[in-house]
Design a protein around this ligand. Structure first.
Ligand code: ATP
Ligand code: MG
Length: 465
């Protein structure tokens, strides 16, 4: 994949002195340490960065101002600073402070403390929620601080509420490019770990020893891939090498957290590059083992899923609605189809084979990432419709066309045809039917579903009742 030639960040950097065409914000000679709030920290003054104040949320500014006004330190931090330096609109704003969650809560009427593993405070400001976190410190041993910090035998952080200084908080973050702090009042960026230099070099680099950091929190491996794919950055060699060895650690992550991660990986407009990078680093199997296996064995499945990802990315870019149910149906289809083919060899009829394979693959996948029912039910309906669409039955034509999942099932059929899976004639048939009966497509309302449900055989009355 070709890298963009002009990094969006530095073309916009202005240097008041020593300025030349090659000046970079990450160039250490241009970043003298700054005496700042009583400490010497590597900092980038306003003149040397191109953060556009108009891209900063007013709510985030108010929150930092209120905290600073009460005598605390407070900065906009993490992804928001990274995106601002890249000239992009941050998707949300996080604030880091030395105030404890209770002290934060006292300052903001509309706030609540959430989380257990990491306690954070959600401060509501109008329609926005700003996530405010207290600086984390180095976690102690189990015995020393059982209530605030806990690690499993394998090094996984189970609880992490040890507070620290800004310097310590910086070291606890995941990537150098996510560890910069911005003071919106002074318009200064604190950059202790040369995150700017890595933004400049378009590098994803984990902070500290990669193996130790992945052991503490294996989800960091998925975050490395997510940001590399989203920003089209390279992964620094040590950060990359440790992934293969640490990948099995993802098995320890709760399935609900992995599903949240799945949504961030695939539903944010960069699903296709993310999919390929996950495969390259053997990480897809942490999310959906049977699908990863089927995709690895058959390149045409890989093409099919890649097309589904690319379509979804395009829809996100166009601001059109996307549903995880369809993407999951496409991603897991290779496993369902492979399993159904095995069942058919044992003389199971096709629709029963798809139902049964769908049930097995869903149950297996839910062990690693728990798919909520609101997505898994439509996903299975999309699979089950594949058999009906392949049959091209005239008899139930109107029922099929008007069904709520028809469009999604047809889209999956299209992808299968493009991947060369022998369903071209079914695609032509249903394309023609949609042309003939455009008003029918997907016209069944949820009430009709309920009717179908009610049409099921009435329960027998108990004798004598
Ligand atoms: P996005 O644009 O997706 O919101 P982000 O970098 O802001 O990206 P968040 O999940 O919002 O990501 O996290 C905010 C910040 O918290 C990160 O920038 C990083 O500094 C820190 N962080 C998040 N997850 C971890 C983690 N697993 N380990 C260490 N630090 C983390
Ligand atoms: Mg964020």
């Amino acid at each position: 994949m070709g890298k963009e030639t002009s990094p969006c960040l530095f073309v916009a950097f202005h240097f008041s002195s020593n300025s030349d065409d090659t000046a970079r914000c990450g160039d250490s000679k241009l970043q003298p340490p700054l005496f700042y709030r009583g400490r010497i920290l590597p900092a980038i003054p306003k003149a040397n960065h191109a953060i556009d104040p108009n891209l900063i949320s007013r709510a985030a500014i108010r929150v930092t101002q209120r905290l600073q006004g009460a005598g605390y330190e407070a900065y906009i931090v993490g992804g928001a600073v990274r995106d601002l330096l890249l000239g992009a609109h941050p998707k949300d704003f996080d604030v880091a402070t030395n105030a404890t969650p209770e002290q934060i809560k006292e300052l903001f009427r509309s706030s609540r403390i959430i989380g257990r593993r990491f306690q954070i405070v959600h401060v509501r400001d109008g329609r926005e929620i700003i996530e405010v976190t207290t600086y984390r410190g180095p976690h102690g041993s189990d015995d020393a601080q059982p209530a605030t910090s806990r690690q499993s035998d394998k090094g996984l952080l189970l609880r992490d509420n040890v507070y620290g200084t800004l310097e310590e908080d910086t070291a606890r973050r995941d990537l150098t490019i996510n560890a910069m702090y911005y003071d919106p009042g002074k318009e200064v960026v604190l950059d202790q770990l040369a995150g700017c230099e890595d933004l400049d070099a378009r590098l994803i680099r984990i902070i500290g020893d990669p193996t130790a950091r992945y052991r503490e929190d294996p989800v960091r491996m998925l975050r490395v891939i997510r940001f590399a794919a989203k920003l089209n950055f390279d992964i620094e060699p040590k950060t990359k090498e440790a992934i293969r060895e640490c990948a099995p650690l993802l098995e320890e992550i709760p399935a609900a957290r992995l599903f949240d991660e799945f949504l961030k990986l695939f539903m944010a407009g960069h699903g296709n590059p993310t999919f390929h990078m996950l495969l390259d680093h053997d990480l897809l199997s942490a999310l959906c083992p049977s699908a990863a296996e089927a995709i690895t064995k058959d390149p045409s499945f890989k093409d099919m899923v890649s097309m589904a990802m690319a379509n979804t990315d395009q829809r996100v870019k166009d601001g059109r609605p996307v549903t995880p149910a369809f993407l999951l149906a496409a991603l897991l289809w290779p496993a369902v189809k492979t399993r159904a083919s095995q069942l058919s060899l044992r003389d199971m009829p096709p629709s029963q084979a798809i139902n049964s394979a769908g049930q097995q693959v869903t149950a297996e996948t839910c062990q690693s990432m728990s798919i909520p029912k609101r997505f898994s039910i439509p996903m299975r309906e999309i699979w089950e419709l594949q058999v009906r669409l392949e049959r091209q039955q005239k008899r139930r034509l109107k029922d099929t066309l008007s069904g709520r999942r028809f469009r999604a099932a047809y889209d999956l059929l299209l992808l299968r045809a493009e991947a060369g899976h022998g369903v071209e004639s079914a695609v032509s048939f249903w394309t023609e039917q949609q042309r003939l009966y455009p008003d029918l497509v997907g016209s069944a309302k949820p009430a009709d579903d309920r009717q179908n449900f009610n049409r099921r055989r009435p329960r027998r009355r108990k004798p004598g009742s």
